[in-house]
Write a protein that binds this ligand. Structure first.
Ligand SMILES: *[C@@H]1O[C@H](CO)[C@@H](O)[C@H](O)[C@H]1NC(C)=O
Ligand SMILES: *[C@@H]1O[C@H](CO)[C@@H](O)[C@H](O)[C@H]1NC(C)=O
Ligand SMILES: *[C@@H]1O[C@H](CO)[C@@H](O)[C@H](O)[C@H]1NC(C)=O
Ligand SMILES: *[C@@H]1O[C@H](CO)[C@@H](O)[C@H](O)[C@H]1NC(C)=O
Ligand SMILES: *[C@@H]1O[C@H](CO)[C@@H](O)[C@H](O)[C@H]1NC(C)=O
Ligand SMILES: *[C@@H]1O[C@H](CO)[C@@H](O)[C@H](O)[C@H]1NC(C)=O
Ligand SMILES: *[C@@H]1O[C@H](CO)[C@@H](O)[C@H](O)[C@H]1NC(C)=O
Ligand SMILES: *[C@@H]1O[C@H](CO)[C@@H](O)[C@H](O)[C@H]1NC(C)=O
Ligand SMILES: *[C@@H]1O[C@H](CO)[C@@H](O)[C@H](O)[C@H]1NC(C)=O
Ligand SMILES: *[C@@H]1O[C@H](CO)[C@@H](O)[C@H](O)[C@H]1NC(C)=O
Ligand SMILES: *[C@@H]1O[C@H](CO)[C@@H](O)[C@H](O)[C@H]1NC(C)=O
Length: 756
């Protein structure tokens, strides 16, 4: 639900100083070896020099790493944290399936992970004293939850996310010279320089990183990303125009450079690239302090100042339940939409670069329009403007003679669930969206449902501005809020929770959104869904038939993006094109991010539990009172969340959540060098395969090894590079180079969003 979290999370410092484009030797110059100086003191000195003003916002990665490892382990706090965290795991809809997923998922996507067993092991390691320091514990806990590869499921302990983030200064890309040879890895600046005809040497591919085969190294590194699909994870290692267009809310310049969840991983002191031409490039990796380091001299100082260990009594201290704010849309919205590097000027610009309408300005593509949607509104008051862009762009494109539509979903980590439904209904007003979903059924959620349903039922279901009543009535836990598969109402909470036993776990009955419900604008941040309520008058045939639409992804399609694409593929029959992927000729998936259809931050879980006790005082003696009143889960983490709802496919009787269903894209295309600097060339390639005469999808074959003979070995100079006037070229290159400084910020404030 689109409600703010409890404010127990540490924020990131907002602005970043440039990471140098090329490694700078001065970065390490202050790293004087003073054996009398502890690592955290070195960090402090590095940042402030001898005074108190910041002279340097980055520190060498190794210095930060040593400082982190100098924080002693607090076993009693760790015990308390694990104990407090455990009840929240019940809310993860896939908890049981993760332990024993379908064979095809294990084979092609990710291995099984036993979350509760992993917590037991961590607990045992605390007892046996085997954690070296606080960071060792934090990282182990982080990786346990991360290994579920569910973008909604995260626990980022203080030591991992609240003190430093890490990065490498040199972004990479994986490109095929001609779209047919297997892709190879290049330094992005080389490809950029080549496309702008700005370099005098011939770029050579990277063949090794730190002495290991480049693809092996990067496939391994890619697993630190948030997605589940391995080809999508591989794409996410690299510089990508759509991610960059999202600014700090995207995955920056890729996980290799510390974008997305790459920022939580220590990349080593330096990273060495070895090129096919025999030369090498050593980059110095950096860390960015997230908190001030003034007068911090030791790991103990750092702990005393910035770790909230929790006090002995706090497991049972009443924390104030916060009133939720009514999320009325605000009027102040930036609708200018600055052009991002590599993108042309949009024909119609939506809010904050979250959605833009383009035409392809080239002969042969006069009839193609592009709706570029890298997000479904994750954290802002841009909801109405976002919806309006599609509403205005479609008729405009038709009026301008466009008969074909590319929907570019690259980099789309989701956002407001009902925006996904809305966009589908704008395109296909004649189709009733299915969108079945379910919660995992367990005692705590049952109690919350009983309480909310009984409280909410006291009041007429009309839109009220009493925030407590709205909070209850707009919740899944009021059984009136949604409907059964056959579009009839549930008759009670007992009717809704069931539970159904499916494949070894218990779930609620399948539910569907009631898109006519009076609370739709409340949970959507301000919109009604096209085709319902005040927009019920929008009906009729689709403006573009399904064969005249094609979806393009880079696999980074998660959360609400998967809701939208599921409706588009399954119900409307629209085809998908997946870009990039590992350097092989296998088919790849188009949808590689979490297919869960709703996430709760753990603070929101706690808030629901506490509201339930408030609504039904008898629950003060229940597990809700016992398990959801400690704040250590929040004081000891940067961010945390669970996936609460599974999405289910229409007419699929297997009971398997979409998250575990593997499905290949209709077409796979490699990125070419040109596509990494000019998005239009990618759109043209998509239009060519969908509507052109010759099919150019990457040949598919059964799973196997890549054909090493046909790997890209060099890039040929483009005929004219990016054809722009010289002054323009300098300006454009500058925009790209500026983008190398991008870092990922942590924003987890939305209802169907995978935080990068
Ligand atoms: C400083 O030098 C000492 C002795 O040579 C060495 O043991 C230590 O690891 C060095 N520390 C750093 C931070 O380089
Ligand atoms: C360790 O955590 C406990 C709370 O569990 C706290 O009382 C104690 O002060 C912490 N120890 C140190 C050395 O900070
Ligand atoms: C590359 O572009 C920069 C400006 O972005 C310019 O200063 C430089 O001279 C160019 N180099 C070459 C070899 O064209
Ligand atoms: C070898 O390739 C690298 C990476 O493209 C480049 O920086 C370097 O200048 C090349 N060296 C030679 C001698 O061409
Ligand atoms: C990459 O490989 C190393 C060494 O085999 C391993 O320790 C590390 O966990 C791997 N990384 C990931 C993300 O799996
Ligand atoms: C909202 O309604 C509840 C239940 O009737 C009531 O207790 C509360 O005082 C109301 N809040 C406001 C701000 O009116
Ligand atoms: C959906 O909401 C509308 C508007 O409140 C209501 O009239 C309708 O009965 C609801 N449908 C179901 C199945 O509950
Ligand atoms: C949504 O539709 C309802 C019912 O027609 C209407 O009362 C409400 O004003 C609409 N809200 C918005 C934000 O359009
Ligand atoms: C539907 O009704 C709204 C007012 O509620 C109006 O603004 C809009 O133009 C109408 N759309 C159509 C397609 O009739
Ligand atoms: C599911 O089955 C119904 C009824 O046979 C059919 O109308 C619908 O198109 C099917 N949907 C999908 C996604 O196959
Ligand atoms: C609720 O339970 C807690 C802990 O068991 C207790 O301290 C508190 O007094 C109880 N509150 C009420 C209103 O009964």
């Amino acid at each position: 639900m689109k409600l703010s979290t409890l404010a127990a999370l540490l924020g990131f410092t907002t602005l970043a100083v440039a990471s140098p484009l090329l490694p700078s030797r001065t970065l390490g110059a202050r790293q004087a070896n003073d054996t009398a100086t502890a690592p955290c003191a070195q960090v402090s000195q590095h940042i402030y020099g001898d005074g108190t003003t910041v002279v340097q916002l980055q520190v060498p990665a190794k210095m930060a790493w040593e400082c982190l490892n100098d924080v002693p382990f607090n076993a009693s706090s760790a015990k308390r944290l694990i104990k407090a965290l455990r009840p929240y795991m019940d809310w993860q809809s896939t908890l049981t399936v993760l332990k024993n997923p379908p064979a095809e998922y294990v084979d092609k996507v990710q291995p099984a992970v036993d979350i509760l067993g992993g917590l037991d092991q961590i607990d045992a390691r605390i007892d046996s004293g085997s954690f070296k320091n606080e960071y060792d514990f934090g990282w182990t806990l982080y990786m346990l939850i991360h290994s579920a590869h569910d973008g909604h499921f995260a626990f980022i302990p203080d030591s991992v996310g609240s003190i430093f983030t890490f990065g490498r200064p040199t972004p990479l890309v994986s490109v095929s010279a001609d779209g047919e040879q297997l892709p190879a890895v290049f330094v992005y600046a080389d490809v950029l320089g080549m496309q702008f005809q700005n370099i005098s040497y011939t770029p050579s591919p990277v063949i090794e990183i730190d002495g290991r085969d480049v693809t092996e190294f990067l496939e391994n590194w890619s697993q630190f990303g948030a997605l589940q699909d391995r080809d999508a994870l591989y794409n996410n290692v690299f510089y990508e125009l759509a991610q960059v267009s999202l600014g700090t809310s995207g995955a920056g310049t890729g996980t290799f450079t510390g974008g997305g969840r790459g920022r939580f991983v220590y990349p080593g002191d330096t990273t060495t690239l070895t090129f096919a031409n025999g030369s090498t490039h050593i980059m110095e990796n950096y860390a960015r302090p997230v908190i001030p380091f003034r007068s911090i001299n030791t790991g103990e100082d750092l702990a005393a100042r910035w770790f909230s260990w929790g006090t002995a009594g706090d497991d049972f201290v009443q924390s104030e339940t916060q009133e939720t704010k009514n999320t009325a849309p605000s009027a102040a919205v930036d609708i200018t939409g600055a052009a991002a590097p590599g993108f042309p000027t949009p024909v119609m610009a939506g809010p904050m670069n979250l959605i833009n309408g383009f035409y392809i300005n080239a002969a042969g593509y006069e009839d193609v329009a592009v709706l570029q949607v890298p997000n479904f509104v994750a954290s802002s008051s841009a909801e109405l403007d976002f919806q309006r862009l599609t509403r205005q762009f479609i008729p405009q494109a038709l009026a301008d003679g466009k008969t074909k539509l590319i929907i570019d979903l690259q980099a789309n980590g989701g956002g407001t669930v009902l925006q996904g439904y809305d966009m589908f209904k704008q395109l296909f007003p004649n189709i009733e969206p299915y969108g079945a979903n379910r919660f995992r059924a367990h005692e705590a959620m049952d109690l919350v449902g009983q309480s909310f349903s009984s409280f909410a039922s006291q009041f007429p279901r009309v839109r009220t501005y009493n925030s407590t009543i709205s909070f209850a009535q707009s919740s899944f836990f009021d059984y009136h809020q949604d409907m059964k598969l056959d579009e009839t109402p549930f008759t009670s909470w007992t009717d809704k929770i069931g539970p159904d036993q499916v494949n070894g776990d218990l779930y609620t009955k399948l539910t569907r959104w009631n898109l006519s419900d009076v609370y739709v604008p409340y949970v959507s941040g301000g919109i009604n869904v096209t085709g319902y309520a005040s927009l019920a008058n929008v009906t009729g045939a689709p403006k573009f038939p399904p064969e005249n639409i094609v979806i393009v992804t880079d696999g980074y399609c998660a959360s609400t993006c998967t809701i939208f694409s599921e409706l588009m593929k399954q119900q409307a029959g629209v085809k998908t094109i997946a870009m990039g992927g590992r350097s092989n000729k296998n088919p790849i998936q188009a949808i590689g991010g979490v297919k869960g259809v709703n996430n709760f931050q753990l603070g929101f879980v706690q808030q629901n539990a506490q509201y339930a006790v408030r609504f039904m005082p008898s629950l003060n003696s229940s597990i809700l009172r016992r398990d959801y009143y400690s704040n250590i889960v929040f004081s000891r983490s940067l961010a945390s969340g669970v996936n609460t709802r599974d999405g289910l496919r229409q007419n699929d009787t297997s009971g398997v959540a979409l998250q575990f269903i593997y499905e290949e894209a209709d077409c796979r295309l490699y990125y070419t060098p040109e596509m990494t600097v000019d998005i239009t060339s990618l759109w043209k390639a998509a239009a060519d395969v969908q509507w052109g005469t010759s099919s150019k999808c990457v040949a598919t074959s059964s799973y196997g090894k890549r054909d090493a003979n046909k790997v890209t070995t060099k890039l040929s100079l483009p005929a004219a590079g990016v054809r722009v006037a010289q002054a323009d070229a300098v300006k454009q290159m500058q925009a790209f180079e500026d983008s190398f400084k991008l870092e990922t910020e942590c924003k987890m404030a939305s209802d169907g969003f995978m935080e990068p």
